[in-house]
Design a protein around this ligand. Sequence first.
Ligand SMILES: *[C@@H]1O[C@H](CO)[C@@H](O)[C@H](O)[C@H]1NC(C)=O
Ligand SMILES: *[C@@H]1O[C@H](CO)[C@@H](O)[C@H](O)[C@H]1NC(C)=O
Ligand SMILES: *[C@@H]1O[C@H](CO)[C@@H](O)[C@H](O)[C@H]1NC(C)=O
Length: 361
Amino acid sequence: MEKEVMEIRISGVRHMCALILLLISACPLSCAGTWMWLGMTSAGALEKLSCANLPLSQRQRELCRKKPFLLPSIQDGARLAISECQNQFRHERWNCSTTNELSVFGHELTSGTKETAFIYAVMAAGLVHAVTRSCSQGNTTECGCDPKLRGGGGVAAEGWHWGGCSDHIQYGTWFSRKFIDNTVKNTSTTRGGYTLLAMNQHNTEAGRQAIDKTMSTDCRCHGVSGSCAVKTCWRTMAAFEHVGVYLKERYERSVQVLDRSKRKTRRKEQRHLPVDKHQLIFFNKSPNYCLEDRRRGVAGTRGRRCNRASPGPDGCNLLCCGRGYNTHVVRHVQRCECKFVWCCYVHCRRCESMNDMHTCK
Ligand SMILES: *[C@@H]1O[C@H](CO)[C@@H](O)[C@H](O)[C@H]1NC(C)=O
Ligand SMILES: *[C@@H]1O[C@H](CO)[C@@H](O)[C@H](O)[C@H]1NC(C)=O
Ligand SMILES: *[C@@H]1O[C@H](CO)[C@@H](O)[C@H](O)[C@H]1NC(C)=O
């Protein structure tokens, strides 16, 4: 390891090296969620590191060693998921902000709230998506296109058949289970409640199901001058943004369940029945995320930009929690009234505009 550390230092990733060393010592067997941290690293940064030096659990490290070719996909999946989380929540009081620490999402990763549920779901979905994509692009010999939906099949009478490359999400789903669900405990709820581990696992699986649920069939026409005499069709995963929209809806309709570790505080409104595998579940009501609370890792909405005209969550009233907002005038300079001048210039004027920008008090 000494040698590897040297090489990293030489290549100028000093900061990262120090961080990794810290992580190895601070990451015992149980750091199941820390793989998400790979999504905070820049592309290419991992090439210099071996599986043993990443903040992974024992099982994940083993899997990484056996399938090193999937490491870029794991990283891609984590980055995809983190940026989609921030995209979906950009107008909300909780905006899916990340920290530079190993926990990535800080307190929200363990708070047992709807936000925790979304994080676990979107991260698992990102992993399935990225691994499946890499299979479809033929980047590994271990997986490929869906062999069942290939050549010949389909409904010939209706003028189409399966062709091209259908995304084979089974491999990605399998890998995501193997990689994330490293605690093979029984997550049954028959004892009248979930543990945080079981809650996370349920939402992780719901995230994988989201990839399946949002798949669609694409077709292409063949035939003389686009006559569409023959059609080939293939199953394809939705763009990850659509998966994000789908999961955000699931988040809005998530269901509160009983936390087994707090049985004494059982409340009527909490569900006792097992829930559907597509639903997101949570234990704890979320804070309102209005004011900064360092202890709970809440950033608060002070200084957030709001939209005065919007009735939605990004509206100044809701986002600023009724505290009011400051208005600044921002000068915008743009190129405008552009004209094409023969030959070959584009001639523009500089236009200035003054726009109001509102930020929460
Ligand atoms: C989220 O909001 C905080 C302010 O509360 C801001 O500092 C941060 O940049 C925002 N993060 C994202 C990802 O938009
Ligand atoms: C597949 O491999 C190509 C070439 O190495 C690379 O550019 C591409 O990003 C890879 N795709 C995935 C999804 O890993
Ligand atoms: C978990 O427990 C349930 C009910 O006791 C049982 O039906 C199921 O087979 C168990 N699953 C595993 C993986 O042990």
